[in-house]
Design a protein around this ligand. Structure first.
Ligand SMILES: NC(=O)c1ccc[n+]([C@@H]2O[C@H](COP(=O)([O-])OP(=O)(O)OC[C@H]3O[C@@H](n4cnc5c(N)ncnc54)[C@H](O)[C@@H]3O)[C@@H](O)[C@H]2O)c1
Length: 437
């Protein structure tokens, strides 16, 4: 028997995964998106993006899932309405909440019976308060509650993360309202935090900003390693063994990207400056280190190859991380833009993201159908995304295709044994922050 009637507004990564997972938990879920093509595909049973395990779970639960282009239909047919629309960066870094407020206007027009409006999108502190002001009449008529319930899933691991969260954060202006939403997560064994809307909104930003800080921190230490003859893989391991620090998000490389870490860092910096007139020195440094990281890799390539003009370089991996085809804020984009400016001829391959990348980069670079193609007549290969399959490529074959056997491991994915094998084959290997004696 279906448990609860859940509505999802915005069927992107978070919305669709939330909808499919709630269906898996036995709920009846109705999903809406403004993008009609997306809804047509979903109605045909086609998942519009790649995420590990999603298509399978989607098919398994198709009887509990429905899709509509009408927001009204979602509002009528659900008690808990999750808003999962995007909150992208504006040019000045602020979070653009236009989509969220468009949905709130529609909710204001269509709600006739009691509904929980749950904001899952990542939105700046104070947004739920503004939403409540807009929905004031409906709230006074006891028709609407506004809840903040940020999402912490990671793309590439999204289904697992949704089903096995470290915590659920529910922000509301009363314990009773928050508990009502906590029922949806009752089968989970993690802590469920019942807090204010402001607490919930800030927990989300602070978490992502902290993760970004860990990555920029280890990249800074990696840059120091290169100058003092230390090896970041050992240093990072040594730091991470301290349980107060932990070893997650301590892998040096080309820096962070994706739909959240950069956007949420920029949004927090902009919020501090404009809304609360506070200068976030640390957060600004985290962003700066990340922006410089791909440039340091290019510098390394130039030190070996000299002028890059007209030289062909192969790129392995484009998505912002393995397990997804998401290219939003992918470090590959920054790296490729800079290399194209240098006059480099680029050819790239990604196991999943070629199509998405082609739409973004158009004919600025060539795309390979298979990984070996990027090595033909190349002066260097740069690993940008640590897809596991890159470890198992035939590097003898790759070397035989290359003009110069230079391998830049922008993700430090090769361990010492593998690096020694590559060196024996004749490769010149460069990692990030690695001193390989
Ligand atoms: N992607 C992640 O890993 C992740 C993780 C945690 C939190 N978040 C947050 O969740 C939110 C959604 O992120 P996402 O990655 O799913 O974004 P997305 O861009 O993949 O999806 C947003 C969806 O909302 C739809 N949409 C936009 N305006 C709409 C409207 N007015 N009515 C109905 N649908 C509308 C879009 O068509 C799109 O399908 C963001 O605030 C993001 O910061 C994302």
């Amino acid at each position: 028997m279906d448990k609860y009637k859940i509505g999802i507004i915005g069927c992107g990564y978070v919305g669709l995964i939330t909808g499919v997972c709630f269906a898996e938990l036995g709920n009846k879920v109705i999903c809406h998106d403004i993008d009609k093509e997306k809804i047509v595909k979903l109605k045909q049973g086609i998942v519009p993006f790649f995420e590990l395990g999603l298509a399978k779970m989607f098919t398994k639960n198709k009887n509990r899932l429905s899709f509509t282009i009408s927001v009204e239909e979602v509002i009528e047919n659900s008690d808990y309405i999750f808003i999962c629309v995007g909150s992208p960066s504006r040019n000045n870094g602020e979070a653009d909440t236009t989509s969220l407020f468009r949905v709130i206007d529609q909710i204001n027009s269509y709600v006739k019976t009691y509904k929980m409006i749950i904001i899952k999108s990542t939105v700046p502190v104070g947004t739920a308060k503004k939403v409540k002001e807009l929905l004031k009449e409906k709230i006074e008529q006891d028709l609407i509650e506004v809840i903040s319930n940020p999402e912490f899933l990671r793309e590439g691991n999204a289904i697992y993360d949704f089903m096995n969260p470290d915590r659920i954060v529910i922000g509301a202006d009363s314990f009773k309202k928050a508990k009502n939403v906590a029922r949806l997560y009752q089968t989970f064994s993690c802590p469920i935090l019942l807090v204010s809307n402001e607490d919930a909104e800030l927990i989300k930003y602070a978490s992502n900003n902290f993760l970004a800080m860990k990555i920029s921190f280890i990249n800074e230490i990696a840059n120091i390693c290169e100058r003092v003859g230390a090896d970041i893989s050992k240093v990072s391991y040594g730091i991470g063994l301290d349980h107060r620090i932990g070893n997650n998000y301590l892998q040096a490389g080309l820096g962070f990207g994706g739909p959240c870490l950069t956007k949420d860092l920029k949004a927090m910096i902009a919020f501090c400056k404009r809304v609360i007139t506070y200068e976030p020195h640390l957060l600004k440094a985290v962003l700066k280190v990340n922006e410089l990281q791909p440039e340091l890799v290019i510098k390394k390539v130039k030190e070996v190859l000299g002028n890059l003009e007209g030289k062909r370089i192969g790129i392995l991996g484009l998505s912002f991380k393995p397990g997804t085809d998401d290219m939003r804020n992918a470090p590959a984009l920054k790296l490729i833009t800079s290399l194209v400016k240098e006059g480099t001829e680029l050819i790239a391959y990604d196991p999943k993201a070629n199509k998405v990348a082609k739409e973004l980069l158009k004919d600025q670079i060539e795309f390979a159908k298979e990984p070996y193609q990027v090595s033909y007549q190349s002066y260097a290969l740069i690993i940008v995304t640590e897809w596991k399959e890159f470890l198992d490529l035939d590097y003898e074959k790759i070397k035989s295709y290359m003009i110069k056997p230079i391998l830049v491991d922008g993700r430090n994915m090769f361990d010492n044994d593998r690096i020694q094998k590559l060196k024996k084959m004749g490769f010149q290997y460069f990692g990030v922050g690695r001193n390989l004696l």
